[in-house]
Design a protein around this ligand. Structure first.
Ligand SMILES: [Zn+2]
Length: 262
């Protein structure tokens, strides 16, 4: 791919379910913008390219979700962060001709943050380039999207690792129609907090999705029950987001009518 900066938009969105693939494309774009080689850019050899890929270029600035007092990533990118970015963007570059701002998890911007970003997209200082990175562009305002060039990076979301054993056990019991087994397993999981139970449900979703996509060798539930099960898991995830009790959510899951092979 030819990455001549003259042809690169001042604002881009990189989308794709795989964070690692997305990150590579974002860095390629940033390096292409900052690279000062004569030939195809990014050359990957010049000082600017090397620094971008190493994450230490003084004019390549990454903005991420902040962490809260417990060290957990905040769910949203706050408007203050975008305002700070705007203030920083008004300052001339350190050593390059331009400044590249990378917004990780841009789809985590709340509406106020996106509107603040829109102002910057509408009237950016001449030296500012923006790269938004998001699993999907759907959470972004159409007015934000329309000002950016979108690059879709193919790939698959990584399978979550947590509670894999428990999720496989759950599906195995469901496949065998073992109701007492399901109840016992869910009772055991009641010790989880909201975050833990959310991870368990997420793992179940990943496993069921894998079965739907025929990517899995895990317990064979009848194919026709998978979409319904996925919908129930979406509901469970939604309930957890609304802070419905873990015991209740697990109770519903244990009693789901999954017609396994009896
Ligand atoms: Zn270069």
């Amino acid at each position: 791919m030819d990455h001549l900066p003259g042809r690169l938009s001042h604002a881009s969105i990189v989308t794709g379910p795989d964070p690692e693939g997305r990150r590579q494309r974002v860095l390629e774009l940033a390096a292409a913008l900052l690279c000062r080689a004569e030939g195809p850019r990014p050359c990957r050899r010049c000082d600017d390219c090397r620094r971008v890929f190493a994450g230490i270029h003084p004019d390549c600035i990454t903005l991420e979700r902040q962490t809260d007092a417990k060290g957990q990533l905040r769910r949203e990118i706050q408007v203050d962060q975008i305002r700070d970015l705007g203030a920083d963007a008004a300052v001339l570059p350190n050593q390059a001709d331009i400044k590249v701002y990378i917004l990780e998890d841009a789809d985590a911007m709340n509406a106020a943050a996106q509107n603040a970003l829109l102002k910057l997209l509408e009237e950016p200082p001449a030296w500012v380039r923006l790269i938004l990175s998001a699993a999907s562009g759907e959470a972004l305002l159409p007015t934000v999207r329309s000002r950016c060039v979108t690059y879709a990076v193919p790939g698959e979301a990584p399978e979550p690792a947590e509670y894999r054993e428990e999720a496989l056990a759950f599906l195995d019991l469901a496949a065998r129609g073992d109701r007492p087994g399901l109840l016992a397993l869910c009772r055991e999981l009641e010790k989880l907090d909201n975050a833990g139970c959310t991870a368990f449900v997420e793992q179940l979703r990943a496993q069921v999705t894998a079965q739907l996509c025929l990517r899995s060798r895990t317990p064979p539930l009848p194919r026709e029950v998978l979409p319904g099960l996925l919908a129930e898991l979406d509901l469970a995830a939604e309930r957890l987001r609304l802070h419905v009790g873990v015991r209740h959510v697990l109770g519903v899951l244990a009693l789901l009518d999954v017609p396994g092979k009896k």
